[in-house]
Design a protein around this ligand. Sequence first.
Ligand SMILES: Cc1cc2nc3c(=O)[nH]c(=O)nc-3n(C[C@H](O)[C@H](O)[C@H](O)COP(=O)(O)OP(=O)(O)OC[C@H]3O[C@@H](n4cnc5c(N)ncnc54)[C@H](O)[C@@H]3O)c2cc1C
Length: 355
Amino acid sequence: MVLRILIVGGGLAGQATALALRKAGHHIQVFEQSHLTPEDTAGPIVHLGPRSNELLRSWGIDTAVASGVIIKQIDEFDHGGNTKDTGAVSPPGWMYYERSKLHRALLSAATASTEAGVPVEVHLRTEVVSVDSQAARVVLGDGRVFEGDVVVGADGFYSTVRKAIAQVDNIPIKDQKIAAQFSVQSHSGPLTQRFQYQSDRYEKWAGAGLEVHIYSAEPGRLLFECTLSAQAGTDLTSAWIKAQLVQAFENKNTELARILAALDIKDIRSWTQTSYPKVQTWTSDKVVLVGDAAHPFLPHEAPGTSQSLNDAAALAAKLSSDMKAEDIPSHLAAWTTLRRERLRTLPCFYASACT
Ligand SMILES: Cc1cc2nc3c(=O)[nH]c(=O)nc-3n(C[C@H](O)[C@H](O)[C@H](O)COP(=O)(O)OP(=O)(O)OC[C@H]3O[C@@H](n4cnc5c(N)ncnc54)[C@H](O)[C@@H]3O)c2cc1C
């Protein structure tokens, strides 16, 4: 049977799920509270392994058009700019993406009228305020009600859909985690020259207590990212972030130290996490959670997007178009078992989150 599927949240997990389920022959509507502008979908660089990139290609996404850069080499430096390690990436096929461009590619593929299947309908600036799991019904902030066969909660770390179906324990993180990002015009110096010479690489610089990753995300600009830890109660301003960065690389006459010293704090973006939801249940009746709504990752843990893509592919495989309506809850439960088993094997995943 062709299912009417309502997806709450149009981030990377929501768009990937919409695309995979459209390709499985279903009719999809996505409800997204933001405008999905590049500003709304910006975020830290996304690294994807060879299998996730293959999955994107199998959905018809041209990974190069989605701004994907095949990483050929990673060079590591100490805080004085001395090479610690350099090497080819293994296995080959790892790529990094600017988040908003990867998001745009998934959204375009999901809504394209030229592809097989019914184009996904995306309702922007549409907040879902409640969900009925037995009726597969969502209620919007403006009072409208939509009913389908399945509701997918892809509404992220602070999921509304999760509140309707799952018991959640908020686990405080000992040290708050802050992911910070900024970009600067290319300078003249050895760092800049290395990227001019070879852009399919990135660098890791180990400072005192933190590591900075450097990419050449756009021609003529270098992109810097790092994860910082801070004790509870710290005032996490951009000025504080800059001070940590400058301190980590100070006393060295390197191009990085000069870039950090000249950094305008208005150019720093940051994302902070202070607690961690441990989600006990991923499905109830006709509702299922995917992506960060089901299994949130902290900023220093990488694989949230790749696991979201795998959630989408596995869900599309379980919800085949020859299934019957009464089988939906058992198929969603089978999907949950499969995915929890997979996530348990990830060494970086917060151990108790899947138990
Ligand atoms: C700092 C950082 C670095 C990361 N680096 C990597 C990496 O290198 N590789 C990797 O694989 N993953 C990485 N991740 C993880 C990755 O970003 C996420 O796991 C992935 O994007 C999946 O997110 P999502 O779509 O589930 O949630 P989100 O991106 O949070 O999207 C949720 C969407 O739902 C919408 N929404 C929320 N509530 C409602 C509502 N009530 N009604 C309607 N819409 C709603 C939001 O507006 C949003 O668009 C990183 C995460 C962080 C924080």
